[in-house]
Design a protein around this ligand. Sequence first.
Ligand code: LLP
Length: 430
Amino acid sequence: MGEGVLTTGFQRRNGELRCDDVSLRSIAAAVGTPSYVYSAAAVRDAYGRLETALAGLPAHIHYAMKANSNLAVLRVLRACGAGVDVVSSGELHRALLAGFSGSQIVFAGVGKTRAELEHALHVGVQCVNVESEAELELLSHVAIARGAIVPVSLRINPGVANVTAGHAYIATGEAGSKFGIPLARGLKAAARADALPGIELVGLDMHIGSQIADVEAFADAQRRLRGLLDGVRAAGITTIRSVDVGGGFPVAYHDAEPTADLDGFARVLRDTFGDADVALIVEPGRFLVAEAGVLLTEVLYRKESAPKHFMVVDAGMNDLLRPSHYAAYHEIEPVFESAAPLQVVDVVGPVCESGDFLALNRSMPDVGAGTLLAVRNAGAYGYVMSSTYNSRPRPAEVLVEGDRWAIVALRESQDDMVRLERIAPDWRSA
Ligand code: LLP
């Protein structure tokens, strides 16, 4: 696959940005805005690129569905052969609905409840990624109560520096992070897991953050994990058969940002674990879906408030939180190429917050009300982080398959938003 040359997803034809063989304008006309649009082909493309890079390694891809958990998107990835990484009972439920079997699911997450652990056992997940000694003890109790033996992978915090090419919020593997068991306690935790009834220690696992562009960062963390694996085996614990080497592959939100060095990653993996006699798991989210999605939004108003020029659009921080939450950059383009002169604008949403923006100080064609815009690379951490703040219904989601498209999540209605509330509460006595 040629580096950087995408043949699927979002491309211009005769000046119009299209999703594969479907016009984004026709989707917007039929479904309205704001709406997310995903390209099934682009998801498969990303999956294929990673699979190709990992060829020859005993590695399996478990899609981190937190990035985009739409059922139809999950089915695309399941058809590719992916397993799935879930972090809640809700995600587990979705994974099952999308057709994944328990044995294709790893259950991660720093704060699993007893009910969630029970759900994992009931489903028979491939393994539970345990993030603390206390969780290990609880899981042992839950397993004993069910008369089950649960496969466990210990999530280790390798204690690397913040190696992400992005916001501090997306680092997960540095000392002091809430995630995982510190490396220095790994051996002790492994011994405890080995000794506890109801637990079978089958794996080690880590995740060092999202947007990891530097393969040396992966190498450093993986060598630490390999050291622990060797130490655990030297201590006589011989049950470990998988290593999950999390850390998210980067997506270039901006032309200047690096793309994922998948071959470099595979080389590091081979160098570090090639002779370790373990199955390898990778758990990418963003890489598989980010580029495969856009958020369509329409310009509602132009206004000026010196020294600023504003483009007020119909999508807000409730629809796409990343710009305001992480100061994330998303390219924004008119769906129809515009010859308008460039103007530096803030692209802002309708939400009553000054932090409600999709772009700040952005040089964009000076387009007016009614213009359809595409916010690029919105397939990951877009819809899944949306909310109904300001009682704004969540947007629709559309999946494109070649020259066909389908609504894969209806736009939320105003009634949907109040459905769980009770205007006449059912009071109970204390
Ligand atoms: N596995 C674990 C244990 C994780 O914590 C994460 C992401 C992933 C896998 C997937 O990482 P990815 O391949 O997507 O980089 N909402 C943020 C990203 C938070 C990521 C947290 N964990 C954003 O919008 O950038």
